[in-house]
Write a protein that binds this ligand. Structure first.
Ligand code: NAD
Length: 253
């Protein structure tokens, strides 16, 4: 019960890494607010948690809309009196050469992946500062650190998430707020499957991805949820501005 009594808000909690994180946090005693732009999937996460005897409330928000992020955080604080953990996890990918990426496509991936993290931090930090404690876990990517063809816009957003994480960690460490990032490698989620499905031979694409991972397998959403749990917990009280890579060794290969 490493998050007993903690109030947590997880974005992108309707699928993949976000849902696994929501389930794990609830098992560890947290009250979970599962936010996603897909209301049905957020509600499914709520049901899964309730079936296990945990506490969860689904919220439908688009993290790229500041007023929606601000409103959900205000509601959490009004309802439960505190916000202990924020996981800025919602994200989208774009596989396209930069030379054919439209301005609208570039803006969309930045609005969700980077501006969404900015809005979450901007509106959660004042409350955490008031409390004198709090933890923010931003989902970046191994692609914040290494390059991969066709991921120009995506890599740029995730590198931005790491830079923002470090600046905020510096600014708020003395106020008791832990702000860190997790950098997942290829994780078996609907997002990664959709990327494989863009290839002529998706099964071969998956095999190639696995070949690039020394651990010999794709990560699971639970692999990342466990890192998020550590960063959200008091075990990480002296961890500030870290980027924990969880990629089966891919980036050292
Ligand atoms: P996923 O597609 O399974 O889940 C993402 C969730 O975010 C979905 O439920 C989606 O509805 C939600 N979402 C998307 N845009 C949103 C918005 N504007 N507002 C609110 N919710 C929104 O993807 P995943 O693989 O679980 O990815 C989670 C995070 O992990 C993302 O930030 C992604 O970039 C990052 N990541 C994933 C991988 C991987 O291989 N799967 C690797 C590195 C980083």
């Amino acid at each position: 019960m490493r998050l007993k009594g903690k109030v947590s808000l997880i974005t992108g909690a309707g699928s993949g890494i976000g849902r696994a994180t929501a389930l794990l946090f609830a098992r560890e005693g947290a009250l979970v607010v599962a936010a996603d732009r897909d209301a049905q999937q957020a509600e499914k996460t709520q049901k899964l948690i309730e079936q296990e005897g945990g506490q969860c409330e689904a919220k439908c928000i688009d993290v790229s809309q500041e007023e929606q992020v601000a409103a959900v955080i205000a509601t959490v604080v009004k309802t439960w009196g505190q916000l202990d953990v924020l996981c800025n996890n919602a994200g989208i990918s774009l596989l396209k050469p930069v030379t054919t990426t439209t301005e609208a496509e570039w803006d969309k991936v930045f609005n969700v992946n980077l501006k969404g993290v900015f809005f979450g931090c901007k509106h959660a930090i004042p409350q955490m500062a008031k409390q004198g404690n709090g933890a923010i876990v931003n989902t970046a990517s191994e692609l914040a650190i290494v390059a991969q063809p066709l991921y120009g816009a995506y890599c740029a957003t995730k590198a931005g998430v790491l830079a923002l994480t470090r600046v905020l960690a510096l600014e708020w460490a003395a106020k008791g707020i832990q702000i860190n990032a997790v950098c997942p490698g290829p994780i078996a989620t609907p997002m990664l499957q959709a990327e494989f499905d863009l290839a002529d031979d998706p099964i071969n694409e998956e095999k190639l991805a696995i070949k690039s991972i020394p651990a010999g397998r794709l990560g699971t959403p639970e692999d990342i949820a466990k890192v998020a749990l550590f960063l959200a917990s008091e075990d990480a009280q002296f961890v500030h501005g870290a980027a924990i890579v969880a990629d089966g060794g891919k980036t050292i290969f």
